[in-house]
Design a protein around this ligand. Structure first.
Ligand code: ZN
Length: 331
């Protein structure tokens, strides 16, 4: 479960780049300052020499307490002098020091043998990037899912109000997240556009990303065009494409949005079956959003696909009218 080694390597590379850039940035500032205030170059050099001397003494075994404290005092004085000359010349006190994205771990990602908070933050950011869910969508949570947008009027056909029905679906989604590691359930959201299917899938994605699960969100249209491009065209970005397609199979949760809106071919039908079936075999969960009923799905794809859906997916029908339209009318 979680991310693969390549994902963590990518994060480590970012920290490495940050540290290299910090050094280059310091070097640039140093050159500029020393050119303007040469005295600071001498002080800087002396501070370094003192540091080296102290290091050598520490390696020796002789009792050199007195000498050490003398050198330390001198070093402190020079550091203070350096600061005051910098501020006198209009620089900030840290102009000749390395500057870090994170001052706690100095851009190493770990501090005191523990993972730094900045590392966790970066991990989540990268996970959002990888999932195709922009960080902007982070406000879409179960808590912000607004049930008041659904009618309380009982729908004659279903014998329940859209609001009550959606409350049940919301509970099922929360349970799905809570039992994600244990469940062998997959979800299929079916209903008209604009009644919350994508919103609720995003909520599920967000919760799982926050708990270090790898999530990919992709529209069916994009999924199949990637697969076709990889199969039939000689793409310049073949390696990148292969990587993305591989993730469709291996991520902890795949959200396949808007299934049925794309143009199908024999190849895409076979590819859809392959993705669904492979993920079932490897125990990876999938959430599918579609406007099509099971009968329509069977017509568009194949009986094979639909039998997998029937057998392994909990089908949740979204009811009500387009909440996006209602919302704009109310505004
Ligand atoms: Zn940090």
């Amino acid at each position: 479960m979680g991310y693969d080694a390549e994902f963590y390597k990518e994060i480590d590379r970012i920290y490495e780049q940050r540290r290299e850039e910090n050094m280059r940035d310091l070097e640039r500032r140093k050159q500029a300052v020393f050119a303007r205030v040469p005295r600071l170059a001498d002080i800087d050099y002396e501070i370094k020499s003192l540091g080296l001397k102290l290091y050598k003494i520490a390696l020796g075994s002789a009792d050199v307490k007195e000498e050490v404290s003398k050198l330390r005092l001198r070093q402190m004085q020079l550091l203070e002098l350096k600061k005051s000359i910098l501020t006198e010349n209009g620089y900030s006190e840290d102009e000749l020091s390395e500057r870090f994205h994170c001052s706690i771990c100095c851009d190493h990602g770990t501090f005191d043998g523990k993972t730094c908070e900045c590392y966790k933050k970066l991990l989540t950011e990268k996970a959002y990037e990888l999932s195709n869910l922009s960080a902007l969508l982070t406000h879409q949570t179960f808590d912000t899912f607004d049930l008041s947008l659904y009618s309380e009027e009982v729908d004659e056909y279903y014998g329940v109000s859209p609001k009550e029905h959606m409350q049940r679906i919301l509970d099922i989604c929360k349970d799905f997240v809570k039992n994600f590691e244990k469940t062998d359930k997959n979800l299929l959201f079916w209903g008209e556009p604009g009644i919350g299917k994508t919103f609720l899938s995003t909520c599920i994605a967000k919760e799982l990303i926050e708990t270090s699960h790898s999530v990919i969100y992709e529209t069916a249209y994009k999924t199949f065009s990637m697969l076709e491009e990889l199969k039939f065209k000689k793409a310049d970005n073949e390696e990148r494409l292969r990587f993305k397609v591989e993730k469709l199979y291996s991520c902890d949760l795949l959200i396949l949005d808007d299934l049925g809106s794309e143009f199908t071919t024999q190849y895409t039908t076979a590819a859809l079956f392959d993705i669904i079936n492979s993920r079932l075999i490897s125990g990876k969960k999938t959430v599918i959003n579609t406007n099509l009923s099971m009968a329509e799905l069977e017509k568009k794809y194949s009986e094979r696909v639909v039998s997998r859906l029937y057998g392994h997916y909990q089908v949740l029908e979204f009811i009500g009218s387009d909440i996006r339209i209602d919302k704009s009318v109310n505004n």
